[in-house]
Each structure stands twice: as structure tokens, then as C-alpha cells.
Design a protein around this ligand. Structure first.
Ligand code: SF4
Length: 176
């Protein structure tokens, strides 16, 4: 319930190079830490995702995009989207959208929370993120734009509905 919309399965990945000050989870920095992700663990995730009240899965950590994780995460996301096309995939990363927006695994991600945790910008009232610099990005809407370099947000900082400001096609404004 604390890692995205609805009731979610969460997979915590070991390995993170960002070393944010006052990271909430430094035990996950070591890429050799944690438990091996084996077939039984994968089947447990599938079993949970099969339940009607589960909204989807969130990849967190650590950093799912740490080089030791990225390819395996992509493969697991592909299998999840094939088996459970109606479930959403969220991902947390310390990387910024601008640096990762060409990663192929993003085709499987519905919502991305990006950016390092900056302690000076911490605010416990923020929705789905720890510090104000981070963004909760609607990945598929962003990728569908002509210019995907500017992320479209999934929600506002405090959960207010995000109002898209793009003009509908074929509507000209007074400055056109
Ligand atoms: S990116 Fe996340 S897990 Fe990594 S150091 Fe920063 S807060 Fe911790």
C-alpha cells in the first residue's frame, strides 16, 4: 500500500550506487546482498499477482536499474506483462528520466518514480516519493509524446489530480 496505487507486490532489488545521504534502505546497496532470486521466488510473485485484489508489482530497492539488475528485471517485467497484462508495473530508481528514457525495459513500466533521495528536500507528506526533486512519471503517456524528454506526471506532489496542460490536437491558441 506504500509503494504505488492499490495493494501491490513489491520486489526489493539489491544493488545501488547512488549513496544518497540518509537513504532509508542502505542495507540494499550491496549488489551481493539479499537473497538469490530463484524460480520459487518468481512463482511466488506470479501467485500473488494472480489475486484479483492485487493491483500490480513495484520494483524498488536498492536500484532495479543497477547494472547487475537491469537485464534480469527487464526479463521478469516481460514475463509479468505477458501473464498479467492488466496489472501495473511501477519502478523506483535513483536515476533521472533524462538519463534512462531510452532503456528498452521502459516499454513495460506504467509508472516510474525517478531521481536520488535528497535529504534537504525530504517531505513526508509527498505522495509516493521521499523528496521533492523526485517525479512520479506516467511512462507510457510520456513515451507516446512526440518529444518524450519532458515527462508527463502520474500525479501531483501531494496526490492532487495532475491536469495535463497540452492542447488537444487541431486546437490553435491565440499565440499560434
Ligand atoms: S537511490 Fe534509493 S536505495 Fe539508492 S541510495 Fe538513494 S535512496 Fe538509497
Amino acid at each position: 500500500m506504500l509503494n504505488g496505487d492499490g495493494l501491490r507486490v513489491v520486489l526489493w532489488l539489491a544493488g545501488c550506487n547512488h549513496c544518497c545521504k540518509n537513504c532509508h534502505n542502505p542495507i540494499t546497496w550491496d549488489p551481493d546482498g539479499g537473497l538469490p532470486f530463484d524460480e520459487a521466488a518468481k512463482q511466488e510473485i506470479f501467485e500473488q499477482l494472480g489475486k484479483s485484489y492485487i493491483s500490480g508489482i513495484t520494483f524498488s530497492g536498492g536500484d532495479p536499474l543497477h547494472p547487475v539488475n537491469r537485464m534480469d528485471v527487464r526479463e521478469l517485467m516481460a514475463q509479468i506483462k505477458e501473464k498479467f497484462p492488466d496489472k501495473t508495473i511501477w519502478m523506483y530508481t535513483g536515476d533521472c528520466w533524462e538519463d534512462i528514457r531510452q532503456y528498452s525495459l521502459l516499454c513495460y513500466v506504467d509508472v516510474l518514480v525517478d531521481g536520488e533521495f535528497i535529504d534537504e528536500k525530504k517531505d513526508p507528506k509527498l505522495l509516493w516519493k521521499g523528496s521533492a526533486n523526485q517525479r512520479v512519471i506516467d511512462v507510457q503517456q510520456t513515451l507516446a509524446q512526440e518529444d518524450p524528454s519532458v515527462p508527463i506526471l502520474h500525479c501531483g506532489d501531494y496526490g492532487e489530480a495532475f491536469v495535463h496542460t497540452r492542447k488537444p490536437e487541431n486546437v490553435r491558441g491565440c499565440c499560434d
